[in-house]
Design a protein around this ligand. Structure first.
Ligand SMILES: O=C(O)CCC(=O)C(=O)O
Length: 290
C-alpha cells in the first residue's frame, strides 16, 4: 500500500465516493497493517480496551466498540504510520486530517453459537455531534466475507434525507423506532421494501477497503454459524468539520464526557478526543527519537 495507494485512489474513485457515498477498493492494505489491526482487535476482545456488545444477551449478540485508539498502540501505529490518513487527506481534499474515532465489530457466528444478527440499517451522522462535509470512513475487514454476509449500502443515500437513528433497545421489534424522537424523520423500513432501494454489497477479501460516507444508509452483514468477521471502521474528518449539538434526549456516539463543556456548536472540532493524524504530530515522527 505504501507505494501503490495513489494508483488505487484515482480521481474516478474519489468522484464515485462523493457521488455514491460508498466505494469498494480491492486489495489495498498490506499484510503487516492487517496484522496490526488483528493484534489491536485481539487486545480489545481480551478485555484490555473498551469492549461493548450489541444486542447484549441475545443469541445473535456481537462486539461493537468505539474509540479504542488511546488504549490500543496497534491502532496508533496503523493510523500514524500507514498511508490510510494520506488517502483520507486526498479524498477529503484537506491537508489536515483528524481521527473522529475507531470502531470495531467482531461478529462471531459459531460453531457453538447461532449466527450473529445483522447490523440494523442506519446512517452514522445523526449519532455523531458534528457538522461539515469532510468525512470519510474506511471499513476494513480481516476475514473473507461473501457478498451475502457483507455490510450493505444504499448508493447515493448520503445526498438525501438524514434520518433519525434506530432505537437499539427496540430495534428487533421495529427498526424504524427513533433514537432521539425529535429533529429527524424516522428511518424507513428498508428490509420491508428492499427493491425500492439501490442496495450494493461486495465480496470481501482481506486487504480490501470500503470507503463509506457517514450519511450513507448501511446495515446487514450478519455472520452465519462457523464464520467470524473482525472489522475495523476508521472515521476520518477534515478541516471544515465543527462541533454540533444533537437532541439532548440521548447521548451521542462515541461517549465523550465533558466535550460539550469545552466546545460550543460551530467550534472547529479540535479536542484531544480527536487526534490529528496529518500532518504527522512531531512526537510521532521518527526524528523525534534521535
Ligand atoms: O460492520 C458492521 O457490521 C457495521 C459497520 C458500520 O455500521 C459502520 O462502519 O459504520
Amino acid at each position: 500500500m505504501a507505494t501503490e495507494w495513489q494508483q488505487h485512489l484515482t480521481s474516478d474513485v474519489i468522484e464515485t465516493y462523493w457521488r455514491d457515498g460508498v466505494v469498494h477498493l480491492p486489495q489495498l492494505v498490506e499484510q503487516p497493517w492487517l496484522d496490526l489491526i488483528g493484534e489491536g482487535i485481539a487486545r480489545i476482545t481480551r478485555g484490555s480496551g473498551r469492549k461493548s456488545v450489541f444486542f447484549p444477551g441475545d443469541p445473535g449478540e456481537f462486539i461493537d466498540t468505539t474509540r479504542n485508539f488511546d488504549l490500543t498502540p496497534e491502532f496508533q501505529r496503523l493510523l500514524f504510520d500507514s498511508p490510510l490518513a494520506d488517502m483520507a487527506s486526498n479524498i477529503l481534499d484537506s491537508d489536515r486530517v483528524w481521527l473522529l474515532f475507531d470502531h470495531v465489530f467482531v461478529k462471531d457466528g459459531g460453531p457453538e453459537r447461532n449466527a450473529t444478527r445483522p447490523t440494523p440499517w442506519h446512517q452514522d451522522l445523526p449519532y455523531w455531534p458534528v457538522a461539515g462535509s469532510q468525512f470519510v470512513s474506511m471499513w476494513i475487514t480481516l476475514d473473507p466475507i461473501p457478498g451475502d454476509e457483507c455490510l450493505e449500502f444504499v448508493r447515493g443515500s448520503h445526498r438525501q434525507t438524514v434520518y433519525d437513528g434506530f432505537d437499539p433497545r427496540r430495534v428487533l421489534e421495529d427498526p424504524t423506532l427513533p433514537f432521539y424522537g425529535e429533529q429527524y424523520p424516522p428511518l424507513p423500513d428498508i428490509e420491508a421494501d428492499r427493491d425500492a432501494w439501490d442496495i450494493v454489497s461486495y465480496d470481501i477479501k482481506p486487504g480490501d477497503v470500503v470507503l463509506l460516507h457517514p450519511a450513507v444508509l448501511h446495515g446487514g452483514g450478519q455472520t452465519s454459524a462457523g464464520r467470524r468477521r473482525r472489522t475495523l471502521s476508521v472515521r476520518f474528518f477534515g478541516e471544515d468539520v465543527v462541533y454540533a449539538e444533537r437532541p439532548k434526549t440521548r447521548p451521542t456516539a462515541p461517549y465523550t464526557p465533558g466535550l460539550e463543556l469545552v466546545l460550543k456548536p460551530g467550534d472547529p472540532l479540535r479536542h484531544p478526543y480527536y487526534p490529528r493524524l496529518r500532518p504527522l504530530p512531531p512526537h510521532q515522527r521518527p526524528d523525534y527519537y534521535e
